[in-house]
Design a protein around this ligand. Structure first.
Ligand SMILES: [Zn+2]
Length: 80
């Protein structure tokens, strides 16, 4: 069973984004989407659950969430 962080740091405003999704009965598995809501800018962030063994213990960013969010942000900017 994979654990997902209860909170992440929003890359847009630096506030804490809290987990909104509830885990399935069997727990999270790789490829599931988890949603976070930022208390600062109220943005919603959807992350894909990844294998935590690959990058565990990296500066409180065990799932590469920050890199993922930054990538998404860049993509959103590119559309403008
Ligand atoms: Zn935010």
């Amino acid at each position: 069973m994979i654990e997902v962080p209860k909170t992440i740091i929003c890359v847009d405003c630096g506030e804490t984004a809290h987990l909104m999704s509830y885990p399935p009965e069997e727990g999270w598995s790789i490829g599931d989407y988890v949603a976070y809501r930022c208390r600062g800018c109220n943005d919603r962030w959807d992350l894909v659950v990844e294998d935590s063994d690959a990058s565990s213990g990296v500066d409180g960013d065990p799932y590469g969430a920050r890199a993922f969010l930054e990538e998404r942000r860049d993509q959103q900017k590119a559309k403008d």
